[in-house]
Each structure stands twice: as C-alpha cells, then as structure tokens.
Ligand binder design. Structure first.
Ligand code: NAD
Length: 690
C-alpha cells in the first residue's frame, strides 16, 4: 500500500482512506494505492463491505492536473474505477468535502454515496477543455437522467450536498459521524452497480432543450459539444460501448490545443498570487472601505465591494454628485434583479450598505480608500494630499489610475509605502481582472492586503510594476497601434475585426474602440504629441474620425456607422478617410489574409509582453496571459498572448515582429528577451527572471 492510501478495519467493514494533501488529487500514488486496496480487499474473506473516504473535510478533488502535461502513467483512472466497479462487495463513498471530476467518478462506481453537509459534487472536466474520462459521462446519466446530466457536465457545475441529494446523486446526508454512518450502512447495503442500471427513459424534448442550451453556452469549447454527444450515447448501446466512446473522445480532447490552453490558465491563476518579497507580510484589515469618485468606475468598484459583503463610504465632490453616485450604484443592480440572479430585497440590502457623502472627514477612520476620480494628475495630486492629511496612519491608499505615474501619486503623500494601484476594468463589477500596481515604495503588507482584497471580491489579481499603462494597457496600446498600421497598409477595419473574432475575441478592436469612445485615446494622443518619438509611425485616421465628430457608438459613428437601434454597419465615410490617409503617405494598399492579421497582432502583443518581463513590470508570462484573458477579451481557448506565442514558436514570432518593426518604426523593435529565447529554443512559459 502507498502512503497515500490506508486501510482501517471496523469489524467486517474496511475503510479505505485516501490522504494526499491538500485536496486528495488522484496522483499516481493514489491510483496505485486504490488499485492495491481493491485487490487486497476483494481477496480478503474477512472483509464483507468497503467504505471509501477522503478523511475529514475531504473526498477527492479530481485528477492531478500537473500530471496531465506528462505522458499518462499506469494505473489509469478508468482501470481503477473499473476494478472498484467489479468488486463483489458493497462499497460506500463517504464524502465530507469535494468529490470533483475523477473523485466523483470514483464515488459513482460505488453502490451508494453518502455525505456530510459539506459534501460538494461535480464533474468539472469541461472547465479544463476535456470530458470526464473514467465513466462519468456514462454513470451520471444512469443516476440523474440524460437531461440533467448534460448541464451538470457541460457547465461543470458543483452541487452542494442538498442539491446532490435532491438529484439522487447522494443517497443520504449524514449529520454527525460520517464514517460511523458509512460503516453501519455498508453492512446492510445491497450491491447496486450504477454501470448495471438502465439509463432512465427521460423526456426527449427536455433532453433536446438541455443539449441546445449547453451548445449555446459552449462558446466554441470543443469539449462541450463532445460531452453532449457522449452523454447522449449512453443510451445507444450497452455500458461498455458508451465507455469506449467516452475514452476515444477523452483522449483526443486531452491532447487538444484548447485543453492545453485551459490547463495553462488554471496554473496561471494559482501562480499569480505568488509574489516575491511578501514572506511574513501580514495583510492589513480593510473592514472600512471608502471609494472617492462615484463615476463609471467608482460605482462599479463600490458594487463589487458591496457584493462581497463590505460596506462602502462613497465620497464625491458635492452632495449632488454623491447622490448621483448612489443612483449609479442602484442602477447597476437593475440588471441582476431583472434577470432573477438577485432578489429585490438582496439588492436593496446591498445598496443600503453604501453611504454617499461629500464630507471628507468621513475618510478619517477608513482602513482602505480607493480613488477613482478623473484621470488627471492635478486632480489625483490634490486628492492624495488631502487624504494624507485626513486618513488614519496605516490606512491603505489606492488609486484606480489607468496610466498615471503611481510613484508620482505616492509622492504626494508623506506615506508612499501605503500607496498601491488597484486598477479595475470596466465594468468594474463584472470584469474579473484586478491589476495590482506595486509602486517603488509600496510596502509588502500593503501589497499583501491588495491580494487578499482581490480574493475577497472575487477578482483575479495580477501584480504589475509601475510604468505607462502597467501590464495590460501598455500592451493594448501596441496592439491598437499595429491594428491601425494594418488598416493604413490596406486592411479594412472590418477585416481586422473579423480576423480577431475568428481568432476567438468576442469583438474586434475597432468595434471595441467605438464602444468605449474614441475621444479618450484622442485626448491622450494630443497630450503626448510633444514627447512622441518622431521616428514612430503615426496613424492619424482616428484623429480625423474624432475631428469630424465620429467618437464611436455614442455619436452614431466612429470606425463603423450605427443605426438608432445601435446596429453597426460598414461606413463608406470611414473608407474615404482611410483612403485619404493612405494617399497622403503614398501607400498602395495591399491585401491581408485573416491569418496574417492574427499572427501580426498576437506577435506584437507578445513582444511588448516580453519587454515587460525584461523590465520586471510583469513577474511571469502567465500573469500577462491572465491579464489579457480576464481584462481584454483575449480568447481563453488560446491561453493568452504569451502562451499563443509559445505555441506559434518563438522563431516565427520573432520573424513576424521584425516585419512589424519595419512597418511601425521606433517603439516596435523586437525585445532582447524574445530574440534570446528564439535563438536558444526557450519559451515564455519557462522563463523566470534571474
Ligand atoms: P468618471 O468621469 O465616470 O468618474 C469620475 C468621478 O470622480 C466623477 O463622478 C467625479 O465627480 C468624481 N470626482 C472628480 N474629482 C473628484 C474629487 N476631487 N473628489 C471626489 N470626487 C471627484 O471617470 P471613470 O471612467 O469612472 O474613471 C475614473 C478613474 O478610473 C480614472 O482614473 C480612470 O483612468 C480610471 N479607469 C477608468 C476606466 C474606464 O474604462 N472608464 C477603466 C479603468 C480605470
């Protein structure tokens, strides 16, 4: 027996306990241990029945995802599950925590499943771009029916004990000693193999509806369409045929590029919270939070704080603006109430935790203040000076600035160590990304506080260094610039957008610009005009659009035209402005295939990301990927720009970046890191700053 699996005898009942901390993942040692335990107990005449347990507070949280990037090693999980299924003694799964993925597949091969109130059950494989591969797609429909199995598997839903009981997935919820109850039950339990049960007849219309719904939510994830097919096949032949079908689909998906990308993001999320220099830093309390500025961002930030159970003081310039801020917060709750995600009473309760005010003295006892006023250094300077005078010692002072120099903001106070950037993304109550900007003097415990806050409010933190645009907006600016070079060189904006959408972005970059409004970037370009490198290629098409009043969706026209219902169409006037810009520079337009556009834009993003890695602005390539996937609509199935570049092969990325440099001039040079990795056969994924 391996150390990961132990057997304890309770009279005629053997309790097999898995111990592979922290979550009892199904690593090879666990699979070997289970296999040996099943063989030993099957042969032991003194054992009449078996209980499988994951110990207190646990069951088995699923496969060991680290092993998924390696060649599979025997025994394979389906073989372990088959051995368990074949055991001719009753087996009870005793679930006191997460039974997910392969963990639930093991429980489904038992004759009964009982759990404590803390049991969590789910087949979550599709979240990683695969389907259950050890019988989950064939056993679950035998227990809950095809129509219910489809959404459970396709959405990777995790059921609480009570929900699982209602579905018949748990046979009993035990209050008190779970193992004692399992041992008692094991002695009276008859054999009831799920694999031998018929698939319930079910209602064909209900099954069709479940399948349609699942495919609608699939967003191109191949695993979901495959899961629907394999689950429905549970009814087509016998159990063995269904299992064979599941196996083929599982193996193909496991090797797919999409699954590799999702696995990459899974690890990226866990890595992102590991930040050097924080050892021993104790996060500061943030029970009393205040937000300064209740505009678009301030209101959204307030809502994400309220949603996490916090109370928020919302500070504005005057009483009227404060009331308008409260109205904005209230407005943000309309949609979740309408859709039924939140009850009217819940929304009311949340809104009741906001106190709008124009009285700055209210900031005196705040633990954490998040500034979200105008993006203007003079405004921020004034606010941080006033905060310095009012806030209590040790309060964390955060700014939501998108581009301004955080060191300069911190320098407005006598306590720069307490200042940090908390860069939320619009809409702040929805977008998952939170860029945490570490200024030169930010104290480790302030950064640690920001990371805890991110977790509390359900955001994905990514730590960035201080530079113009931090991690995300800096790369986005390069991406946009090169999209405009492509347009000036011959691609139509709608061709660029179509290529990006075909790549997996929900919206192309020009449609996004129209949606956010072209005026903000225009104002910034004007501000920076004096300091721009003259050898950087400058495309003035967007300036002309703005000068002619085409500020995007809000003015009915920008890169595209919009009708009164907001539907966009290609606008010949934009075409004329583009043609004039080309003529002025004597550019003869050439054609770009969708793949050319995709390759170019992903390459320049990764190149700018490489510069951030060199400079220490981003700690690791996977942080950049997380930022783009969670804040900028980069397709999850492509894993982020750095991962996508690794997949393309860095020598090819470098060739593309050199072509982009020829097209873009200063500012578009290949990064030294990219050149180095391309030359030495390295990858962004493996690179770490030394
Ligand atoms: P906004 O104009 O919608 O809101 C700013 C609010 O701040 C207004 O309600 C204004 O009355 C208030 N305000 C201004 N000066 C103030 C002061 N001295 N005291 C108190 N309140 C004051 O702007 P926004 O889009 O919400 O942007 C706010 C900040 O968030 C900016 O720094 C911006 O760069 C950043 N940001 C914006 C976005 C975005 O997409 N809009 C995204 C990320 C970050």
């Amino acid at each position: 027996m391996t150390a990961a699996v132990a057997i304890r005898h309770h009279g005629p009942v053997a309790v097999v306990e898995i111990a592979n901390p922290p979550v009892n993942a199904l690593s090879r040692a666990v699979r070997v241990g289970l296999m040996e335990a099943v063989a030993a107990l099957g042969a032991d005449d003194g054992v009449a029945a078996v209980v499988i347990s994951g110990g207190a507070g646990r069951f088995i949280a699923g496969a060991d995802i680290r092993e998924m990037n390696l060649a599979p090693e025997e025994p394979f999980l389906p073989d372990v599950v088959a051995a368990l299924d074949a055991l001719d003694k009753p087996v009870i799964a005793a679930i006191d925590g997460a039974a997910l993925g392969g963990g639930l597949e093991i429980a489904l091969a038992c004759d009964a499943r009982i759990g404590s109130g803390k049991a969590l059950l789910g087949l979550t494989e599709t979240r990683l771009g695969i389907i259950p591969g050890a019988g989950g797609t064939q056993r679950l429909p035998r227990v809950v029916g095809v129509a219910k199995a489809i959404p459970l598997i396709c959405e990777g839903r995790i059921l609480k004990a009570k929900e699982a009981l209602d579905l018949g997935l748990l046979d009993e919820i035990v209050e008190g000693d779970l193992i004692a109850a399992a041992v008692a039950r094991a002695q009276t339990q008859a054999k009831r193999r799920v694999s031998a049960l018929p698939v319930p007849a079910g209602d064909a219309a209900e099954e069709d509806a479940a399948a349609t719904q699942a495919l609608k939510g699939a967003k191109g994830v191949p695993a979901i369409a495959e899961a629907v097919r394999v689950i429905r096949a549970a009814r087509d032949g016998d159990f063995a045929a269904g299992m064979a079908r599941e196996r083929v689909a599982f193996l193909a998906l496991r090797q797919s590029a999409e699954a590799a990308a999702l696995r990459h993001l899974f690890f990226a999320e866990r890595e992102a919270g590991k930040v050097p220099g924080l050892d021993g830093a104790t996060p500061r309390p943030f029970g009393k939070v205040a937000v300064i500025g209740a505009g678009t961002m301030g209101a959204g930030i307030a809502v994400s704080l309220l949603d996490a159970g916090l109370s928020v003081t919302l500070v504005e310039r005057d009483a009227e603006a404060a009331e308008a801020g409260l109205a904005r917060v209230r407005g943000l709750y309309e949609r979740p109430v309408k859709s039924g995600r939140l009850s009217e009473a819940q929304a009311e309760e949340r809104v009741s935790r906001v106190s709008p005010t124009a009285d700055w003295q209210r900031l005196a006892d705040a633990d954490l203040v998040i500034e979200a006023a105008f993006e203007d250094m003079a405004v921020k300077a004034d606010i941080f000076q006033r905060l310095d005078a009012i806030a209590r010692p040790g309060a964390v002072l955060a700014s939501n600035t998108s581009y301004l120099d955080l060191d300069a903001i911190a320098a407005m106070t006598s306590r720069p160590q307490d200042v940090v950037g908390l860069h939320f993304f619009a809409p702040a109550n929805v977008m998952r990304l939170l860029e945490i900007v570490r200024a030169e003097k930010t104290a480790p415990d302030v950064l640690a506080t920001a990371l805890v806050l991110a977790k509390k409010i359900g955001k994905q933190p990514v730590v960035a260094g201080n530079c113009d645009g931090f991690i995300g907006n800096r790369i986005y600016a390069v991406y946009r610039r090169h999209a405009e070079y492509l347009v000036e060189d011959g691609a139509a904006p709608e061709e660029v957008d179509a290529a990006l959408e075909a790549y997996g972005f929900a919206m192309g970059i020009f449609a996004v610009s129209d949606m956010s409004g072209l005026d903000i970037a225009f104002a910034m370009r004007k501000r920076r005009a004096a300091t721009r490198d003259p050898s950087e290629r400058y495309v003035s098409i967007a300036d002309v659009l703005c000068e002619t009043g085409r500020l995007g969706r809000k003015t009915g026209a920008g890169w595209y035209a919009y009708d009164t219902a907001g539907k966009k169409s290609v606008d010949p006037r934009t075409g004329e402005i583009i043609a004039a810009a080309r003529a002025e520079k004597s550019i003869s337009p050439r054609a770009f295939a969708a793949e050319d556009i995709q390759r170019r834009l992903v390459s320049v993003m990764a190149n700018e990301g490489a510069k951030e890695l060199e400079e220490g602005i981003a700690l690791r390539a996977s942080d950049i990927d997380l930022a783009f996937v969670n804040g900028y609509g980069f397709p999850r199935l492509k894993g982020g720009p750095m991962f996508a570049a690794d997949q393309m092969g860095l020598p090819e990325v470098l060739r593309e970046v050199e072509a982009a440099h020829a097209a873009g001039g200063a500012g578009s040079e290949a990064s030294a890191l990219l050149k180095d990795l391309a030359r030495t056969g390295g990858s962004f994924a493996q690179w770490r700053k030394t």
